[in-house]
Design a protein around this ligand. Structure first.
Ligand code: BG6
Length: 489
C-alpha cells in the first residue's frame, strides 16, 4: 500500500548466490511490477564498498530475461537507484544498528516491513539472526528472515539450529528456502494431480509400480569443494530437493491450498516413510577422465577437497512409504554431479495392463510396454506420457509414443526463475513453498541414520568417470526392486 515500505537486506551481498540469483530475481520482480511501490534493497557484507560499487557489481548479473524490451536499461537504472550498501560484521549488533538507522531514513516514517535474506555460511546464521533481530527488526510492521540450506548436517545439528533461530524469531518469521519448490514444474505437480481426473485415481500402489526422482548435472563441484566435501550429494540434493518433490508427489489431498494445510500433508507423508537403510543406498564419486583431448578433473583433484575424501558426489537410494496408498512401491532417487547430462525429472512407471490382449505384440519385454509419465523439471520443461499405439499400416504392430506437453512449444512466456517466485512469496507472506521446522525434522530423520553409518563405516564410493552415466551399482539397486531407470532408455 501507499504508506508501507519493504526493505530487503541481502546479508552476504557479495557472495555467489546473491550475485547470481538474489539480485537478478529482485530485478526481474521489479521489472514485472511485482515489488511494492516503496521498496529498498540493501546489500550487507563485511567488505568496504560504496553504494555505487554495489550497483556496479549487481548490474553485471542483471539481465532482461523477458525479450529485449526497449525500456530494459531504463528499468535497470531505476532498480539500481533503489539499491544501497552497508558494510558490517555479521555478529555486530552495532553494525546492524547502523543499518537500522539507514533503513529508517529510507522508510521515511511509513510502516516498515523488513526482509533479511541470509546468504552467508551456516556457521554465522545464528549470530546474524541474533544481531539483525535485536538491532534491525521492524517496530511497526513485519520482520522476516530467509535462510537457505544447509540446515545442519544431521538431525541433531539441524534441531540445534532450529532451536537457536527460535530464540530470536517466531517460526512464522523464518522462511526456509528449498529452491526446487519454486520451480515451475514442481509447483505444477499438485495441479497435475488434483485438477485432472485421469491422474489422481491412478496415484497409488494399485496402478503405480515405482516412482523415480532423478537429478543429474554435467559438471563437478569445482570451486565449491570446501562446502561440498562437508555435506556430500545426499545432503546437498536428496534430503531436500528430491525429498520435497517426493512429498508433494505422494502426499494426500490437502484440505485446501493454504500453506498450513499443504505442509501438514507433506509432513504426514514424510513421517510415514521408513528411514533409508544402508543396503538401499549406493554411493559414487567421480574421478578424472580425458575425453576429446580435454582432461576433466576428478573430485579429489580439487585443492579444497582432501585427497582421501570419501564424500559421495553420486548416490542412488530406494525409499518406501508405509501407508495405505504407497505400501511396497519403491521410490527411487538418483542424484549425481559430473555425469553425462544435466537434468531433473520425475518418472512414474505404471503397472502392466492385466490380461493385456496385446501382450504378444510386445515380445518378451513387457516392462517397456507399460505407461510412463515423465515430468521434466529442467531443462526444457515438459510433461509427457508414454502410451502404446498401433503403428499405422495393415499389420498389428505396437510402439510407444509420447503424448507431449512441451512447454516451449505450448507457452510463449518465459518461465521465471525459482528465486523470483520464492522472494515474491516471502514478501507477500505466502508460506506454502517454504519448509516448516517439523518438515525439516522429518526429512532429517529419514537420512541421518544411513548418513551416520556410511561415514562411520567409511564406505568406499564407487568411482565413475567424469561425464559418464554414473556407477553401475545404481542399476543393481534398482534391479533388486525390479526397476529399470527410465532415463537410461
Ligand atoms: C543447490 C545445490 O541446492 O542446487 C547445488 O547445492 C546444485 O549443488 C543446485 O548445483 C542445483 O540447482 P539448479 O536450480 O541449478 O538445478
Amino acid at each position: 500500500g501507499g504508506d508501507s515500505t519493504v526493505s530487503i537486506t541481502v546479508v552476504g551481498a557479495s557472495g555467489d548466490l546473491a550475485k547470481k540469483k538474489i539480485f537478478p530475481a529482485l530485478f526481474a520482480l521489479f521489472y514485472e511490477d511485482c515489488l511494492p511501490e516503496h521498496f529498498t534493497v540493501f546489500g550487507y557484507a563485511r567488505s568496504k564498498m560504496t553504494d555505487e560499487e554495489l550497483r556496479t557489481m549487481v548490474s553485471k548479473t542483471l539481465t532482461c530475461r523477458i525479450d529485449k524490451r526497449e525500456n530494459c536499461s531504463e528499468k535497470m537504472d531505476q532498480f539500481l537507484k533503489r539499491c544501497f550498501y552497508h558494510s558490517g560484521q555479521y555478529d555486530s549488533k552495532e553494525h546492524f544498528t547502523e543499518l537500522d538507522k539507514k533503513l529508517k531514513e529510507h522508510e521515511g516514517g511509513r510502516v516498515s516491513n523488513r526482509l533479511f535474506y541470509l546468504s552467508i555460511p551456516p556457521n554465522i546464521f545464528v549470530d546474524a539472526v541474533r544481531c539483525a533481530s535485536s538491532s534491525a527488526s521492524s517496530t511497526n510492521g513485519w520482520t522476516r528472515v530467509i535462510v537457505e540450506k544447509p540446515f545442519g548436517r544431521d538431525s541433531e545439528s539441524s534441531a540445534a539450529l532450529t532451536r537457536n533461530l527460535k530464540e530470536y524469531l517466531e517460526e512464522d518469521q523464518i522462511f526456509r528456502i528449498d529452491h526446487y519448490l519454486g520451480k515451475e514444474l514442481v509447483e505444477n505437480l499438485s495441479v497435475l494431480r488434483f485438477s485432472n481426473l485421469i491422474f489422481e485415481p491412478l496415484w497409488s500402489r494399485q496402478y503405480i509400480r515405482n516412482v523415480q526422482l532423478i537429478f543429474s548435472e554435467d559438471f563437478g563441484t569445482e570451486g565449491r569443494g570446501g562446502y561440498f566435501d562437508h555435506y556430500g550429494i545426499i545432503r546437498d540434493i536428496m534430503q531436500n530437493h528430491l525429498l520435497q518433490i517426493l512429498a508433494l508427489f505422494a502426499m494426500e489431498t490437502p484440505v485446501s491450498l493454504d500453506a498450513e494445510d499443504i505442509r501438514n500433508e507433506k509432513v504426514k507423508v514424510l513421517r510415514s516413510m521408513k528411514p533409508l537403510q544402508l543396503e538401499d543406498v549406493v554411493i559414487g564419486q567421480y574421478k578424472s577422465h580425458a575425453r576429446g583431448g580435454i582432461s576433466y578433473p576428478g573430485y579429489t583433484d580439487d585443492k579444497t577437497v582432501p585427497k582421501d575424501s570419501l564424500t559421495p558426489t553420486f548416490a542412488a537410494a530406494a525409499l518406501f512409504i508405509d501407508n495405505a496408498r504407497w505400501d511396497g512401491v519403491p521410490f527411487l532417487m538418483k542424484a549425481g554431479k559430473a555425469l553425462n547430462t544435466k537434468r531433473a525429472e520425475i518418472r512414474v512407471q505404471f503397472r502392466h495392463v492385466p490380461g493385456n490382449l496385446y501382450n504378444r505384440s510386445f515380445g518378451t519385454d513387457l516392462d517397456r510396454a507399460t505407461n510412463e509419465l515423465v515430468i521434466r523439471v529442467q531443462p526444457d520443461e515438459a510433461i509427457y506420457l508414454k502410451i502404446n499405439n498401433k503403428v499405422p499400416g495393415l499389420g498389428m504392430r505396437l510402439d510407444r509414443s509420447n503424448l507431449n506437453l512441451h512447454y516451449a512449444a505450448r507457452y510463449s512466456k518465459e518461465i521465471p526463475d525459482a528465486y523470483e517466485r520464492l522472494l515474491l512469496d516471502a514478501i507477500e507472506g505466502e508460506r506454502r513453498l517454504f519448509i516448516r521446522s517439523d518438515e525439516l525434522d522429518a526429512a532429517w530423520a529419514l537420512f541421518s541414520p544411513a548418513l551416520k553409518e556410511l561415514e562411520e563405516k567409511k564406505i568406499i564410493p564407487e568411482y565413475y568417470p567424469y561425464g559418464s552415466r554414473g556407477p553401475v551399482g545404481a542399476h543393481y539397486l534398482a534391479a533388486r526392486y525390479n526397476v529399470r531407470w527410465g532415463d537410461l532408455g
